[in-house]
Design a protein around this ligand. Structure first.
Ligand SMILES: [Zn+2]
Length: 113
């Protein structure tokens, strides 16, 4: 399960960006083609954030669909898996053009009064 290391890196990034302010909410965008399991990320977030300023943060995970681009005709289209066919021309040589990564979409920190 490589989600553990990824979550650890993510918590480090969150802690760095929050710059000492307690983190209230974290929103992640997980691409369908990232190979990451959102539930595993959620599971790892607790132990990884324990003892940090992100320990009580609410974790929101948004799943985004993959996107493919046809190498022959250049059409872009949603892609559920790494293998697929171009809906425009039927070509099977596709590039992954989106939805294959994990993005820290938003970070909400406690505002100083
Ligand atoms: Zn095509």
């Amino acid at each position: 399960m490589h989600e553990l290391g990824i979550t650890q890196d993510l918590v480090d990034l969150i802690v760095q960006q929050a710059a000492g302010r307690p983190v209230v909410r974290v929103r992640l965008r997980v691409g369908r083609l990232s190979g990451l399991d959102p539930e595993a990320l959620r599971f790892c977030f607790g132990p990884c954030s324990a003892g940090t300023i992100a320990a009580s943060a609410t974790l929101e995970i948004e799943t985004v669909p993959g996107q493919g681009r046809c190498q022959r005709c250049g059409a872009t289209f949603p892609l559920e898996d790494y293998v697929g066919l171009c809906p425009a021309c039927g070509n099977s040589h596709l590039d992954i053009s989106g939805g294959d990564d994990l993005v820290l979409a938003a970070l909400e920190v406690e505002q100083c009064a």
